[in-house]
Design a protein around this ligand. Sequence first.
Ligand SMILES: O=c1[nH]cnc2c1ncn2[C@H]1C[C@H](O)[C@@H](CO)O1
Ligand SMILES: [Zn+2]
Length: 373
Amino acid sequence: MVGIAHSDIIKAPKVLLHDHLDGGLRPGTIVELAAAVGHELPSTDPERLGEWFVAAADSGSLERYLETFAHTVAVMQTEEGLHRVAKECALDLAADGVVYAEVRYAPEQHLEGGLTLDQVVEAVHAGLREGSAEAAANGTPIRVGTLLTAMRHAARSQEIAELAVRYRDTGVVGFDIAGAEAGFPPTRHLDAFEYLQRENFHFTIHAGEAFGLPSIWQAIQWCGADRLGHGVRLVDDITVTADTPSAPTATGGTQAAPPVLGRLAAYVRDKRIPLELCPSSNVQTGAAPSIAEHPIKLLHDLRFRVTVNTDNRLMSGTSMSREMTLLTESFGWGWAELQWLTINAMKSAFIPYDERLVLINEVIKPAYAKLLA
Ligand SMILES: O=c1[nH]cnc2c1ncn2[C@H]1C[C@H](O)[C@@H](CO)O1
Ligand SMILES: [Zn+2]
């Protein structure tokens, strides 16, 4: 089968639900901002610095992967820094053909220069607005909402949840928790999640990335997460016996037993809980052995509500188009699968239902209809 060209995937409309603002900076911007604030970097050559991030994040451990964020968070402590990074984020996603994105970051990590939480949020929103306006003028319109993240090892989740609700009508579309997963279960932040539920607000939880089923189970059944950030380890609750012939067929052959879903995996599939899968990131942190062996294939075949995401474009040297290209190369997927992933993501977005429908019916479906023709 002839694959789809990366350049064509760039032109197709894409939807991104899991992208960290502090994981997507342009290396050249880090160099310039670091010089302005006197932060020392592993390299001041943008190309080398970009390579350094990918190599350092390629660590096989989430904890070591997260250490690289010290260099991005350090240059995002002023209104100017935050504004520029947010503006470039909108421009870069739009140039890659992303038409709708939910970009997340942890406001509590951007207070070292004396900004308040509200000033951080407003600087990011102003940057995203400017970037989106410029992208529209360039002929690549994009809508970007933000998710406010609380760090799971810290104790500010209630405050961040309240901040998210305060800005729900001016750009914040949801809430999240992130950071090291092992040892920091989502139930530590139950108060924040219960508050968000009382406010009829939306949230996702990083779960099932560096820790397994108990984390996913808590995120859904204790905390009430609308979506799972990664959730890739849900496959631990799916028994695949592909090579074990089970039943004889009418022609005398044997038929492989279908995968068996445990109670949690079945619940996630039945309830159509979206999985924000991030293939390249998962390989770097050791959550998946390779793209070719990534559980996204199995989860797709079993018709889970799968979405594909970048997580951290800088640390993975990636983009939405690149993640999709890797999937087409690894699994022979074509436009039908890419449309399915895109519509899954748009259906799972945190903006109102009628606004999701407009993007599906007026932007995504017409574009893929042409590509499929
Ligand atoms: O994949 C991830 N898992 C857990 N935490 C993450 C991941 N990617 C980024 N983070 C953390 C580091 C960032 O500083 C923070 C907020 O974006 O979220
Ligand atoms: Zn993430």
